[in-house]
Design a protein around this ligand. Structure first.
Ligand code: R5P
Length: 272
């Protein structure tokens, strides 16, 4: 692997443990102002120091992140359809490699929609982006999105991750599922998991723990962090599971139960 690609990857995946906590705030590229991400600057700022990297579009990066902050950037470079559009899988490459270089991106992220109407187009996007990334030493994260009618099971997710790796992705994002180790074992590059829709905090931490236990190299997590009522504690707890191998209980004890917590908050945390 090219030196530049290895070097940039080491900025987003800690070389000590080969794990990473990627804070995802790119949701607006097709959802618009998602709940609790209406003012991205306000959402991002308190979380930044606990993330290994930040995943977002160039528009939010330029307007909401201080260029002097040293956070490695995973730049989303695919899109082109909104939630109101014809088909979410109809994506194209939306950002040039020159802009990714200007931004000093540590990685470029692009969605592929295996099994969807625009499968071919999105796989073609990935191949082209890998070619561009290889030219300039910028790794590519393939975001394996789920086609509307496809089950998020190990067979389908393993297929998507493997296709992404075969086309040259350096890192793959997928979802956690039963028999997740089969997904990881069949993919020759590191696999990280998305958090998905907001879950009760304890469930999201269990998801993180199980994924790491079953071979994930980290998380690309958004809503389960910044839609929590305690986002700073949540990202620290996720981080402690990914990097320090804390159990779910230990992470809750360390970050949620150390400060005074109202009985209502505790109730919410344990039962939501
Ligand atoms: C889709 O909107 C993006 O790729 C997200 O960055 C990714 O799904 C991770 O975010 P979340 O944890 O909210 O699913």
């Amino acid at each position: 692997m090219d030196w530049g690609i290895k070097n940039r990857l080491s900025r987003i995946m800690n070389p000590q443990d080969r794990k990473g906590v990627m804070l995802a705030v790119d949701h607006g590229y097709f959802l618009g102002p998602t709940e609790r991400l209406e003012d991205p600057k306000k959402t991002i700022e308190p979380l930044l120091k606990y993330a290994d990297s930040l995943m977002l579009t160039r528009g939010i990066l330029r307007t909401c992140v201080d260029p002097e902050s040293n956070i490695p950037i995973v730049l989303r470079v695919s899109g082109g359809t909104s939630i109101l559009g014809e088909d979410l899988s109809k994506e194209t490459i939306t950002t040039s490699i020159e802009d990714a270089i200007r931004i000093n991106a540590s990685c470029m992220a692009l969605s592929i929609f295996v099994g969807s109407k625009y499968e071919h187009q999105t796989l073609n996007n990935l191949s082209k982006l890998v070619d561009e990334g290889e030219k300039y030493g910028i790794p590519v994260l393939a975001v394996t999105a789920v086609g509307k009618d496809m089950a998020r099971d190990a067979r389908y997710l393993a297929l998507s991750c493997r296709v992404a790796a075969e086309l040259g992705a350096h890192l793959v994002k997928t979802y956690y599922c039963e028999n997740f180790e089969k997904v990881v074992d069949a993919c020759p590059v590191p696999v990280i998991i998305a958090g998905g829709k907001k879950l009760p905090e304890k469930e999201a931490l269990s998801l993180t723990f199980n994924a790491i236990r079953d071979g994930a190299s980290g998380v690309d997590m958004g809503r389960n962090i910044w839609q929590s009522d305690r986002p700073v504690e949540m990202i620290q707890a996720v981080r402690s599971i990914v990097h320090d191998r804390l159990t779910v209980e230990q992470s809750i004890n360390s970050f949620f139960l150390t400060k005074s917590i109202t009985s209502n908050e505790l109730e919410t945390l344990n039962t939501r």
